[in-house]
Write a protein that binds this ligand. Structure first.
Ligand code: BG6
Length: 282
């Protein structure tokens, strides 16, 4: 069956590829192309809905990180979309194979609702091609007051060896470096990882590529997701109880397409559609 639905998740299979989406967080857990896994999912990831999933593609909305002031300040880090159970809305197209998930205030816990009491509709479309995964998040304001948001697709890519990985397409963009607590312009053609990295690259104009040993693994294109976050916790992953094995940081890199360096205001009746397309090579 091209679509296999259980109480907890939905799996799509198409042209030798597959994608599995957990209803909790609408978190993609696995994306396989010709049987090869393309995403990193921690062996310690908690999938029972009690916590955000450590790996795959968690969805960040309506705040990236932790706000220190403003209407999202009382929300937990990265907001509530990844902490809520989404509804499966069904299939939209056959080729590529696409399905949708929805989240509204009625799906969010009382506690999180009272922390951010706005009206919203999120529709998440997951579209599986032969070697592509397109994820599109439509964010609407059906209420009668405007609100501001940030959003991001927190993709954990599986990589064979962090020592050989390079991210390209970031040269010349402004960086907010959360590890060194400095701002600068990226001078490197190849952004490599040899220690903890946690950076927000702002207004990245071009597609971003993840390479291993000079060969392209992934190409990421974005629409309405101007910023790119690059994160690898390195050995600090031991501080995260759900990050397993502790050597797992060698096999992952988060390259996260987002709109996070500014706030976007959504007036009543408005919709914002953010799209990421990842093509897998090799
Ligand atoms: C990244 C942030 O997007 O997510 C990091 O830039 C953060 O600062 C990381 O540590 C993981 O966040 P969390 O809440 O899933 O542990």
């Amino acid at each position: 069956m091209p679509i296999d639905q259980t109480e907890k998740d939905v799996t799509l299979t198409y042209a030798g590829s597959s994608v599995k989406v957990l209803l909790h967080g609408a978190n993609i857990l696995s994306w396989k192309v010709n049987g090869a896994e393309k995403l990193f999912l921690s062996e310690g990831a908690i999938l029972d809905g009690s916590k955000a999933v450590r790996g795959g593609v968690p969805l960040v909305f309506p705040v990236f990180g932790k706000a220190t002031s403003g209407p999202t300040a009382t929300l937990p880090q990265h907001g509530f979309a990844r902490l809520s159970t989404w509804e499966f809305l069904g299939q939209t197209t056959e080729s590529p194979l696409a399905v949708q998930f929805g989240l509204g205030p009625e799906n969010v816990s009382e506690e999180l609702r009272s922390a951010w009491p706005y009206n919203f509709t999120l529709i998440y479309t997951v579209s599986l091609g032969e070697d592509t995964l397109e994820t599109s998040l439509s964010i609407s304001n059906p209420g009668d007051v405007a609100w501001d948001f940030q959003t991001l697709l927190h993709t954990y890519f599986y990589i064979p060896d962090v020592d050989k990985v390079a991210v390209t397409g970031l040269t010349g963009t402004e960086v907010k470096d959360k590890v060194t607590k400095t701002d600068y312009s990226e001078s490197n053609e190849d952004v490599t990882i040899a220690a903890e990295v946690d950076r927000v690259y702002e207004n990245v104009p071009k597609p971003v590529t993840i390479k291993s040993d000079g060969k392209t693994l992934f190409e990421i294109t974005r629409k309405n997701l101007d910023d790119v976050v690059v994160w690898n916790p390195w050995t600090n992953c031991v501080k995260m109880g759900d990050f397993k094995p502790v050597t797992g940081y060698k096999n992952m890199i988060c390259v996260e397409a987002g709109s996070v360096s500014k706030w976007t205001s959504l007036a009543p009746g408005e919709t914002y559609v953010a799209v990421e397309t990842v093509k897998a090579y090799l």
